[in-house]
Design a protein around this ligand. Structure first.
Ligand SMILES: O=S(=O)(c1cccs1)N(Cc1ccc(F)cc1)Cc1ncn[nH]1
Ligand SMILES: [Mn+2]
Ligand SMILES: [Mn+2]
Ligand SMILES: [Mn+2]
Length: 376
């Protein structure tokens, strides 16, 4: 029996909703420098390159992951309400993702921990075991979660508020992210994208509790390129003007994300860490050559390699695997550079940060915003 329509809450895997396995295309955009592109590739060259691109399989895998993302977030936007614990929110998103993507080893699953950063915390907060934080009416919540199919990660995020007083902040960031998505393209310089994002972001201001704040682009946060099983594979997309003349290249996948803040427009690593990922730059041989005097570190590394590979994970994912007494072992792996920690990234207390993020594919003939939905 082929199901036609998703249940609420969502329980039907996306493969069952698309029996022909052709998943919906994202938003197609032409490149900003399209005329020079035309001279670069003629029609049949584009045809040939479209075959190559990230391989039709790769693109189809991303589209399936993106459809999972859209259906999970549609439900998340209904059930995330003040009074719910961060833990219950994270688990609802993760359970729905596992169901819809049909989690199976490295073939399909969660792309990285469910980011639920609040207010002046911009990114990389997810609850650890025992976290009792409850969502409040005046919170500014960034929901940033990932879905992968065969390592093709869709990284997309949106901001939720329950008070219209923050509307201008969300409008600024949404406009800035869409500006970055539009500016992106083959051969486009990263610095030019950062400049355009900053110009739009900082053209906005917001009045909060009787005071007017200019909205600042958070200058030390950025978007990034994505490779199979590697959430950031080397290039950073700035959200302020800088001098990085590195260019985007065809067939690259980018997460375009912008952060607007009423605070300093600068984040620092602050608070208890929850997010980690095995370094993608060390070879197995290099790892083997590092003496690990803490026995637990070795067994923990085995579990991380087996269950996550280079995909980011959080402490709750270790807990659900039955790992115990792992904090010293984890610290040892971090101190030896085998595992990278990603602590919460915070502006000043009392400030508010908003985020929107899309994943785009720079196909030879067009740009595909795979994570675009009717919500953002
Ligand atoms: O800030 S990043 O570390 C980065 C940006 C540019 C170069 S590296 N980061 C990558 C990442 C790190 C850990 C994760 F669990 C998931 C992703 C961006 C990001 N965080 C959430 N969504 N997107
Ligand atoms: Mn629902
Ligand atoms: Mn993200
Ligand atoms: Mn990202």
């Amino acid at each position: 029996k082929v199901a036609e329509v998703q249940t609420d809450p969502p329980t039907i895997p996306i493969t069952k909703l698309y029996p022909n396995q052709n998943y919906p295309e994202g938003e197609i955009q032409q490149y900003p420098n399209d005329d020079t592109m035309k001279t670069k590739f003629n029609k049949d060259e584009i045809k040939r390159l479209e075959k190559q691109e990230i391989g039709f399989e790769g693109l189809n895998d991303m589209r399936r992951a993106a459809e999972v993302h859209r259906q999970v977030r549609r439900h998340a936007r209904e059930f995330i309400k003040p009074g719910k614990t961060m833990t219950s929110i994270a688990e609802s998103i993760e359970n729905a993702t596992r169901l819809l993507v049909e989690e199976k080893g490295f073939e399909a699953g969660i792309g990285f921990p469910t980011g639920l950063s609040l207010n002046h915390v911009a990114a990389h907060y997810t609850p650890n075991a025992g976290d009792n934080i409850v969502l409040k009416q005046e919170d500014v919540l960034k929901v940033d979660f990932g879905v992968h199919v065969n390592g093709r990660i869709v990284d997309s995020a949106f901001t939720m508020t329950f008070d219209s007083k923050y509307d201008k902040l969300l409008e600024a960031v949404r406009d800035a992210t869409n500006t970055g998505v539009k500016a992106a393209g083959i051969d486009v310089r990263l610095c030019d994208i950062g400049e355009q994002i900053q110009e739009v972001m900082e053209s906005y201001e917001i009045e909060l509790n009787g005071k007017t704040y200019p909205i600042k682009s958070v200058r030390n946060l950025c978007g990034h390129n994505i490779a199979p099983y590697i959430i950031h594979s080397g290039k950073s997309v700035p959200i302020v003007k800088n001098n990085d003349t590195t260019r985007m290249e065809e067939n690259e996948v980018f997460a375009i994300e912008t952060f607007g803040s009423t605070g300093r427009g600068l984040v620092v690593e602050e608070g208890v860490c929850s997010h980690y990922a095995k370094s993608s730059s060390l070879t197995q041989q290099q790892i083997n050559s590092i003496p690990l005097r803490v026995p637990r570190a070795k067994s923990l590394l085995g579990s991380i390699t087996k269950n996550f590979g280079t995909l980011p994970f959080c402490r709750r994912y270790l807990d659900r695997l039955g790992e115990e007494k792992y904090l010293l072992g984890l610290k040892t792996l971090v101190d030896n550079g085998i595992v990278q920690d990603y602590p919460p990234l915070c502006d000043i207390p009392g400030s508010y940060v908003a985020q929107f993020e899309h994943t785009i594919v720079l196909r030879p003939g067009c740009k595909e915003v795979v994570s675009r939905g009717d919500d953002y």
